[in-house]
Design a protein. Structure first.
Ligand SMILES: Cc1ncc(COP(=O)(O)O)c(C=O)c1O
Length: 336
C-alpha cells in the first residue's frame, strides 16, 4: 500500500504546485481543494491512501462501474464536467474480483482535457498483462497515465511486501517523499537513495528478489507465466461451467474467475448466497486447493485467482474435480 501512497503523494504535490501551493511545506490547511475521482470498484487501499494523505475517504467522487467492474467512461466525463481546480483521478487495471480493466484510452482522453489533473492507474496485478503480447491490449492507454502501481508480490511471486510505484514526473515523486535529513549522506550522480522515494526511511532492499525473479524468468518467461495462469483460469471456468447450478459471473479476461452455486432445485438470492458460502467452506476444508469467498454486486461468490508460477494443468483439473465434488456433497445435504 505504501506504493499507492507514493503515487497519490506525487499527484497531490504536482496538482497543488500548479495551483500555486506547496503542500509539503504548508500542509493542506488553506490549500486549494483537490477533487479526487475514483471508480466505484477502486481497491480499498486507494481509499486508505487518501485518508492518510488528508484528502479524506468521504470526499471522493465515485464513478459508476459497469457489470464487470470497469469504470464507465461516460460517467467519468459527467463527473469531471462538474469539477473545477486540481483533480486526481484513479483508474484500475485488473479488478480484484473480475480481473476487468477500466477503459484507459477513453479515460486518458477525458482526463487530459482538464487543465490540472493527474491520472493514476492501480495495476496491482493487472499491469502484468503488459508483459505479454497476448494480453497487452488490455492495458492500452496506460503509457499515457502519470503514475502506476503494481505488486511484484502478486504475479511475480516474490515475497510480501513488494509494491512498486512508477511515476512519470520524478520531481513530483521526489518532492512528495523526500526526507533530506542533514546527517544523511546523499548519493551523487544517477544513483537513488531509496528513502527519498518511499514512505519509509528504513527498509530492506526489496528490489533484490524482484531483480532476481525478472533475471531468472526473462522477458519470455514472464510472458509465459502470465499466459499460463490466464489459460488455467479459463480452463477452470470451462471445467466448472456445466456443473449443476454453477454460474460463472465474470468474463474471464485475465486470471480471475467468480463462481456462484445455486442449490439443487433452485433458490432465491439468499439461499444461493448461503449455498455458495457452504460450498466455499467445503472446498477450504477439503484442502485440495484454497479458494476465498467474496461478494460481487451483492452476490456471494467463490473467487478463483490463478497466480502461482508452479500451478499446472493437472492442478487446475484436480481443483475443478474437488470443487465439483464439494458442491455435490453440500448439495446432497440440502433438501430439494
Ligand atoms: C486492484 C488492487 N489494488 C491494490 C491492492 C493492494 O495491494 P498491496 O498488496 O500492495 O497492499 C490490491 C491487492 O489485492 C489489488 O488487488
Amino acid at each position: 500500500m505504501g506504493e499507492v501512497l507514493a503515487n497519490a503523494g506525487a499527484g497531490r504535490h504536482r496538482v497543488l504546485e500548479r495551483a500555486g501551493w506547496n503542500v509539503e511545506e504548508d500542509g493542506l490547511t488553506g490549500a486549494p481543494p483537490i477533487a479526487v475521482v475514483v471508480g466505484d470498484e477502486a481497491h480499498v487501499t486507494i481509499h486508505v491512501s487518501l485518508q492518510m494523505l488528508g484528502l479524506g475517504r468521504n470526499r471522493v467522487h465515485r464513478v459508476a462501474a459497469d457489470e464487470q467492474g470497469r469504470m464507465r467512461a461516460d460517467a467519468l466525463r459527467e463527473t469531471l464536467a462538474g469539477l473545477e481546480g486540481p483533480v486526481l483521478v484513479s483508474a484500475q487495471s485488473g479488478n480484484v474480483n473480475t480481473g476487468a480493466f477500466d477503459p484507459l484510452p477513453e479515460i486518458v482522453d477525458t482526463v487530459r482535457a482538464l487543465p490540472n489533473a493527474w491520472l493514476h492507474v492501480d495495476g496491482a496485478f493487472g499491469l502484468w498483462a503488459a508483459a505479454t503480447p497476448s494480453f497487452r491490449h488490455l492495458v492500452a492507454g496506460v503509457a499515457d497515465a502519470d503514475s502506476w502501481t503494481t505488486d511484484a508480490h502478486k504475479w511475480l511471486n516474490v515475497p510480501y511486501d513488494s509494491g512498486i510505484a512508477i511515476v512519470r514526473d520524478a520531481a513530483a515523486h521526489h518532492a512528495a517523499m523526500t526526507l533530506g535529513a542533514a546527517y544523511y549522506v546523499e548519493t551523487q550522480g544517477g544513483e537513488r537513495d531509496p528513502y527519498n522515494w518511499v514512505a519509509e526511511s528504513s527498509r530492506r532492499a526489496r528490489g533484490f528478489p524482484i531483480y532476481a525473479a525478472l533475471r531468472e524468468l526473462g522477458r519470455d518467461g514472464l510472458a509465459a507465466m502470465i499466459d499460463r495462469c490466464c489459460a488455467l483460469a479459463r480452463r477452470m471456468a470451462d471445467g466448472l461451467r456445466d456443473a449443476p447450478g454453477v454460474t460463472i459471473l465474470n468474463d474471464v479476461v485475465l486470471n480471475q474467475v467468480l463462481v456462484r452455486f445455486e442449490p439443487p432445485g433452485g433458490g432465491d438470492a439468499a439461499a444461493t448466497d448461503a449455498f455458495t458460502r457452504e460450498v466455499i467452506a467445503a472446498i477450504q476444508a477439503d484442502g485440495t486447493c484454497w479458494l476465498g469467498g467474496t461478494t460481487w454486486h451483492g452476490m456471494a461468490a467463490m473467487r478463483i485467482s490463478v497466480s502461482n508460477w508452479s500451478t499446472t494443468e493437472a492442478d487446475a483439473d484436480l481443483s475443478v474435480a474437488a470443487i465439483r465434488r464439494c458442491r455435490d456433497v453440500v448439495a446432497s445435504g440440502v433438501a430439494v
